[in-house]
Design a protein around this ligand. Sequence first.
Ligand code: ZN
Length: 264
Amino acid sequence: MNYPLIDIGANLAHDSFDDDRDEILQRASDAGVARIIVTGSSDESNAKAADLAAAYPGILYATAGVHPHHASDYTDKSDALIRDLVRKDNVVAVGECGLDYFRNFSPREAQLDAFRRQLDIAKDSGLPVFLHQRDAHDDFVEVLEPALPALSRAVAHCFTGEGESLHEYLAMGLYVGITGWICDERRGKHLHDIVSVIPDDRLLIETDAPYLLPRTIEPKPKTRRNEPAYLVEVLKTVAEARGQTIEHVAEITTANAIRFFAIA
Ligand SMILES: [Zn+2]
């Protein structure tokens, strides 16, 4: 592979990586995944993600935000912590934030409030926003759309929706992050069919590790834990579904990630 890949979303602060994070990073590097954006999703993981980015400069970067599942815990302290973290050079986006009505772990009102407050931080900081949306499309668009003119850039991370919402997001100017969901021959089939709709300059790839282990990996790993090295599976499947070469998709997704996160 000529183009070093960038995993734009890996939850490396997750405690399932505590025992072997260095080996995980080595395997990523060996697989051609040169840089990883570590997703922050709670007060605790935000601090940990920023610490990881500081410990691996030029390799790891962090986001700072509160996932809609944790929206009930979004306090003034959470808000201040994110505002503090985004001043650091290697904290490169606000999020993940958004709405998740699939499980409703936090009440919808709390989710809407936390989402709006984080969009304000993205506006104030000028950083791009890393967005999560599940089963909440209408409210998500209603909150996001009026905020967009004041935001630098935004990505719908782990997009798993249908063609209609994909077209809507693209019309709104969003980047789209594709995970190993597309490697699932059953629930990812629709994604396989529509991923070519995404223009070359809006496509990003991510693992969402430790979640969403690609089902195409052969032989099947011993554990269900996903890791950034498996970004290559996402790359291959996306390239095949788009009718493009692996090299081309590697080149455009890396260029897009560099531009999106404004990393050199
Ligand atoms: Zn997410």
